[in-house]
Design a protein around this ligand. Structure first.
Ligand SMILES: C[S@@+](CC[C@H](N)C(=O)[O-])C[C@H]1O[C@@H](n2cnc3c(N)ncnc32)[C@H](O)[C@@H]1O
Length: 394
């Protein structure tokens, strides 16, 4: 997701404001039932995924110009086409390999990838989507049925991870949407930041951290080789390493490509990063206050890629590589995809150049977004990661 720091946020229209008021009432009730406060992870989970209410579960437009943010597949089909090339390389050495996409958003990446696989004569045995939002799954279904009716029989929506999966697992900007804990260090102790109800809306409150969270922070400090300063605030994603372990358990033979904006653990918990990595997106404005606009703004946190890598290794996966999105695209076949560029009408050339700049330039999505590739069984390292690899920074 891309953002600009807003001077002021746009005001929600009446329909959005009414919806947000309903979500706020639901959250207040949860907080009261819980005795006056809930963890931020619970707040984030409910604000994003409460059935029929949460940001991803209710029916608003989130992706693209009319929504709140734009993701790489929504910027350009080039992203899905290059990713399909990299997947095809792996699928070549996996018998009967399928694709599993987690968190498919509008269905745009699935559309681009299936189209690219078909044009390379490399269609996987099936294309499976695991999506937590019933509303988005419904939109994906309609979109793909409309655009690729002849491939509809190969596309399946799953309600849980399959067992003994052979093939490729992909996820773009899903890890950043997993709920995170927030913590603060006080007098050398780890306190959990929780959400309570104040006079004018939701407010932060602090409590002794549960053992899981304080243990996680102790692990981070051990990795860093120093303790975090008093007053230091950050996030801890307990869900992300668990999610990777779940995916790893499902994968019998093949690879996974996880894309997100993120950094190594050392950068994530750098001494000067004293307020964490939460980002909220509303109508293409980014800001740092997750307690406003419940249910109508996206809540995300940058990803600690070292944590994903450690969980993968612990689960028996091999790290095939880690690199920036720009390196992935440049090493993964962008130039091949651009072969017919000079024959395109000038307006299309301009549009495509703009999309590629957005995907690859350091000030845009090129550097902040990373890709980690993980594998199990006999597969060769995808060519994008032979071009560049930063695994040693994790
Ligand atoms: C930021 S959107 C990204 C959508 C899409 N991948 C893209 O790049 O445009 C996050 C997506 O992940 C889904 N999601 C969140 N948690 C998930 C989980 N645990 N399993 C599967 N999907 C999940 C959301 O419903 C949503 O579709």
């Amino acid at each position: 997701m891309q953002y600009t720091q807003p001077a002021t946020l746009p005001q929600p229209d009446d329909i959005s404001a009414t919806h947000s008021a309903r979500v706020a009432a639901y959250l207040r009730e949860r907080i009261e039932t819980a005795g006056g406060s809930i963890s931020f992870a619970e707040f984030m989970h409910e604000a994003l995924y409460a059935p029929g209410l949460g940001y991803y579960s209710a029916g608003t437009t989130k992706f693209g110009g009319a929504g709140d943010f734009i993701t790489a597949p929504e910027v350009s089909s080039i992203f899905g086409r290059v990713l399909a090339r990299q997947c095809a390389e792996v699928l070549g050495s996996v018998k009967n390999g399928a694709v599993l996409e987690a968190g498919a958003g509008s269905g745009k990446l699935a559309l681009d990838m299936l189209t690219a696989f078909e044009s390379m004569d490399a269609l996987p045995s099936s294309y499976n989507i695991l999506e937590v939002s019933a509303d988005l799954a419904d939109r994906q279904q309609r979109h793909l049925q409309d655009k690729l009716p002849h491939l509809a029989g190969r596309i399946h929506w799953l309600s849980e991870l399959p067992e003994n999966f052979d093939g490729i697992i992909i996820a773009n900007e899903v890890v950043d949407a997993l709920p995170v804990e927030r913590f603060i260090k006080r007098n050398s102790e780890v306190l959990q930041l929780r959400v309570a109800v104040g006079d004018d809306g939701f407010v932060w409150t602090e409590a002794r951290a549960p053992e899981k969270l304080s243990g996680f922070v102790t692990e981070i400090e051990a990795d860093l080789g120093h303790t975090l300063d008093d007053g230091y605030v950050s996030e801890a994603s307990l869900a992300a390493p668990k999610w990777v372990a779940d995916l790893a358990r499902s994968l019998r033979h093949g690879a996974m490509f996880l894309f997100d904006y993120g950094v190594s653990r050392r950068e994530y918990y750098a001494p000067d990063r004293t307020d964490g990595w939460l980002r909220c997106h509303y109508r293409h404005h980014a800001h740092n206050n997750p307690l406003i606009y419940p249910g109508i703004q996206d809540l995300t946190a940058w990803v600690d890629f070292s944590s994903l890598a450690a969980s993968a290794v612990k689960s028996g996966l091999e790290i095939l590589g880690y690199q920036t999105q720009s390196q992935f695209l440049l090493g993964g076949g962008l130039t091949i995809e651009m072969a017919g560029f000079s024959e395109l009408p000038i307006a299309d050339q301009l549009a495509l150049s703009g999309q590629i700049k957005t995907l690859t330039l350091p000030g845009e999505m090129g550097e902040n977004f990373k890709c980690i590739a993980l594998g199990r069984g006999a597969i060769s390292v995808p060519s994008a990661f032979q071009f560049a690899d930063r695994t040693e920074t994790l």
